[in-house]
Write a protein that binds this ligand. Structure first.
Ligand code: GDP
Ligand code: MN
Length: 395
């Protein structure tokens, strides 16, 4: 899960990290009200994306009239950054911060290295550059320092970075304190990323976190209701929000074959299989091990709401889940929605025979598949055929 910069900055404050003073506004009037005794200030669009500066989402306001002018321009604007795609993100909140005079800019982040199971600090003194750009052009300028999860952060690990940054010994101490705070957020809040870009040295030689980003592990959110409460559904794909309200694990993708699968592993394998036959999945969808007919129906509605979908592949291996339950859900959903897309179904495992029988007797034009590969192949073929007919105007 992602949160806004102003929320991450709040978390930073809680953990004693140096962030500029800031105020959050939900309307132009509120922005002007808050800025009354707060100019000059930096006005920052709050959307779940980086790269706002280059896209016109970070501006300096010298006085109250310019706060009003900038706020009027930003509220409701569609901010298109490198990370948002062409659709962009609508700006609904602004964050006003106390301006810092920058002497140097750095990149600093802590994340989890899935390969080694350690934390890893990623640091770069390539101030002002985007980290992705630095990684491409000057990979040698990015420092990666692994930190043991069991032993925790050690000061010499911070010293390595301080040396690379060219810090004084006082600044080095402050850097180590910042790194410890970042580690604590990672551990205590089950974060997957804590990123400061830029971390700056101000004219007075102080270290300040000028931007704040924290991502969280969705699977651990149940342990942190205070973090879950920071979720902003307006920033998320509405389909993914609806999916999560049904307990479905759904991720929207750009292809044209809708997938409905039980189990994350099988869902991944299904996507691979579709690729192997030259197709592109429209989504990742795991209905879980204990789906009800209700849940399957919700999943179906999600798939159909995606206008890119040109065939649906249901791939179920029934263990705890019974294939006849899935079949009932599929039949009801197809009837309710008046489904006209090619529907390929592969059922295996508990009550598979009964499930297949129900599908056959439903009167729906369902294409059965006897295994995953056959299902994927049929889905790719049918999607192509459907696309051709649709182009021809027959559908
Ligand atoms: P991002 O573009 O979405 O990552 O947004 P940032 O919060 O990082 O802001 C973009 C850029 O604006 C930063 O990299 C800084 O160079 C600049 N910036 C932000 N706040 C200040 C500030 O208080 N003073 C100065 N001089 N520059 C700032
Ligand atoms: Mn930034």
């Amino acid at each position: 899960m992602k949160i806004h910069e102003y929320q991450a900055a709040g978390l930073f404050r809680e953990y004693g990290l140096p962030v500029p003073e800031g105020k959050t506004a939900f309307s132009v009037r509120e922005a002007v009200e808050l800025a009354r005794d707060f100019t000059p200030c930096v006005i920052k669009a709050q959307v779940h994306s980086g790269g706002r500066g280059k896209a016109g989402g970070v501006k300096f306001a010298a006085d109250l009239p310019s706060v009003k002018e900038i706020a009027e321009g930003m509220f409701g604007m569609r901010l298109v950054t490198k990370q948002t795609g062409s659709a962009g993100k609508i700006v609904r909140k602004l964050y006003l911060t106390e301006p810092a005079v920058i002497q140097r800019e750095y990149y600093l982040a802590v994340t989890v290295d899935n390969e080694t199971g350690n934390y890893v600090i990623i640091a770069s003194n390539d101030g002002g550059m985007e980290i992705e750009e630095t990684a491409k052009v000057h990979p040698e300028r990015i420092l990666r320092v692994p930190v043991s999860m069991t032993e925790g952060f050690k000061n010499y690990e911070g010293a390595l970075i301080a040396e690379d940054f060219g810090l004084s010994s006082l600044q080095e101490k402050e850097l180590c304190r910042i790194l410890r705070g970042m580690m604590r957020i990672m551990e205590e809040k089950d974060a997957s990323l804590v990123e400061i870009n830029p971390l700056v040295i101000t004219a007075e030689g102080k270290l300040v976190c000028l931007d704040a980003k924290v991502n969280f592990d969705d699977n651990a959110l149940y342990r942190h209701p205070e973090i879950a409460a920071l979720r902003d559904p307006e920033e998320e794909d509405p389909r993914e929000v609806e999916a999560s309200s049904y307990g479905l694990n759904y991720i929207h993708l750009d292809g044209n074959i809708g997938c409905l699968v039980n189990g994350a592993g099988l869902a991944m394998a299904t996507m691979d299989e579709i690729h192997a036959f030259g197709g592109e999945p429209a989504n990742f969808l795991d209905v879980g091990g204990s789906a009800t007919a209700e849940k399957v129906k919700a999943a179906f509605r999600l798939l159909i709401s995606d206008e890119n979908v040109e065939a649906i592949f249901v791939n179920i291996f029934g263990g705890i889940m019974h294939c006849d339950t899935i079949a009932e859900g599929v039949i009801e959903a197809a009837k309710e929605t008046g489904l006209r897309l090619p529907l390929i179904v592969r059922l295996e495992g508990t009550n598979a025979e009964l499930g297949r029988k129900l599908l056959k007797e439903s009167g729906l034009a369902i294409l059965p598949a006897s295994d995953m590969a056959e299902g994927a192949r049929k889905a790719v073929e049918e999607a192509k055929r459907y696309a051709m007919i649709r182009k021809g105007g027959a559908v």
